[in-house]
Design a protein around this ligand. Structure first.
Ligand code: C5P
Length: 398
């Protein structure tokens, strides 16, 4: 069930006696690692209260398309975009008909029209209603539209009849929901990434820093999250939006980045990727007040910062550790030296002497080296390069 970890499931509940099973379904989806938001039709509210579903999902339940308060919190388009899967369980005969013909006269049907995510329905109705040619035609239309149809199951029904039309049990629905998602490369793994520069204060208004946009680290965080990982991004001061589903910890100084990284490793992570351009030295003392320019010369005494990645690679709870090396000459030799000296599992190296790769650029080209091999990732966007590197890391980490 790893495939449901971190997945966002919008659970639509329509009117039917099987709505009581949806309460259990919320719990089980959450147990499988998914985040669940619930939308109920007016009919569903006759069978089970929104309050029950709110208490179980931990989020307000959405019931109305024209509710200004709900729209202000998370509008219907936002909700439609949020979902990785829209799952309607139970789906009544009426709802199947409306979905087949593209109605948008309530919140749930509108969401189904507005979402780019896959839609799945778990029909639940009397066996005669399921067998009716209109319902059968509707389910064929839905299949043609690419809607996933889970069940229905067969057996005794609430109305006393026997036959196909029962909603599948929550366990079966969860298995089928997991099958909607492709196998993810990093599902179930925790990836920690450092990114951006650090700032080492000289006085309250001045600092030492390195050139770094943080773009590569942020692209890797997005790629790792897309590959199913839980991602913690420890970011120095950069002006970049946090990628979807990524937990961001903002730091300023190298020592803060060191502390945040070691904390994450101590708690347990599977992969550590250091893309940060950490300042190698910091002023020995930081002046309390702005230093006045009263003399021709001032002297700064600097002390070496801790090597974050080397400390991570030396830790008893050591994750698969990947470093970066930006060089302007003898790139491969220097990188091989760092791989060995810092005890890394892999190092991604780029030549930053040109203008079209590295630092502030949107593109990058890498040579990735590990103890017994290497692979060249030719010039491409940082998003593309990040995907390829994550794939390589997933394979090497095994
Ligand atoms: O030694 P150098 O700075 O060239 O090594 C680069 C690699 O080491 C990068 O992965 C960088 O994020 C990491 N590093 C670190 N802590 C430092 C210096 C570098 O984690 N203090």
């Amino acid at each position: 069930m790893q495939r449901l970890v971190n997945k966002r499931i919008l659970l639509g509940v329509t009117g039917g006696i099987a709505a009581y099973k949806s309460a259990d379904l919320v719990r089980r989806l959450q147990d499988a690692g998914a985040e669940v938001r619930v939308v109920m039709t007016q009919g569903a509210c006759e069978f089970i209260t929104p309050l029950t579903m709110q208490a179980l999902s931990g989020h307000p339940v959405h019931t109305d398309l024209l509710d200004p308060r709900a729209e202000a919190a998370m509008g219907h388009i936002e909700l439609a975009r949020w979902a990785d899967l829209v799952l309607i369980a139970p789906a009544s005969a009426n709802f199947l008909a409306r979905l087949a013909y593209g109605h948008g006269n309530d919140l749930l049907s509108t969401l189904c029209l507005a979402t780019g995510a896959p839609v799945a329905v778990a029909p639940a109705m009397n066996q005669q209603m399921w067998a009716d040619p209109a319902t059968q035609k509707n389910q064929l239309i839905l299949q043609e539209k690419g809607v996933h149809i889970f069940g229905p199951g067969s057996g005794g029904q609430a109305c006393g009849e026997v036959g196909p039309g029962r909603m599948q049990e929550p366990d079966e629905i969860i298995h089928q929901a997991a099958d909607v998602f492709d196998y993810d490369l990093l599902t179930g793994r925790h990836v920690v990434i450092t990114a951006g520069p650090t700032r080492e204060p000289i006085d309250p208004v001045r600092y030492l820093t390195n050139k770094s946009s943080g773009k590569m680290g942020f692209a890797l965080a997005a790629a790792a999250a897309e590959a199913g990982a839980r991602v913690t991004l420890i970011a120095g001061p950069v002006v970049l939006d946090t990628p979807n589903r990524v937990e961001r910890i903002n730091v300023v100084r190298a020592e803060d980045m060191y502390q945040a990284s070691l904390d994450a490793v101590e708690k347990g992570c599977d992969i550590f990727i250091a893309t940060a351009a950490v300042a190698d030295y910091r002023p020995t003392v930081t002046a309390d007040h702005k230093i006045k320019k009263s003399t021709e010369e001032i002297h700064l005494t600097l002390v070496k910062n801790p090597d974050i990645i080397a400390a991570v690679a030396d830790h008893a709870n050591r994750p698969f550790t990947v470093g970066f090396a930006a060089e302007t000459q003898d790139v491969i030799e220097y990188a091989q030296g760092k791989l060995k000296n810092k005890n890394l599992d892999m190092i991604a190296t780029n030549d930053v002497s040109g203008t079209d790769v590295g630092f502030n650029s949107d593109n990058n080209a890498l040579t990735v080296i590990w103890p017994n091999g290497h692979k060249v990732l030719p010039l491409a966007s940082k998003t593309q390069i990040a995907k390829q590197l994550i794939e390589l890391i997933a394979i090497r980490q095994g």
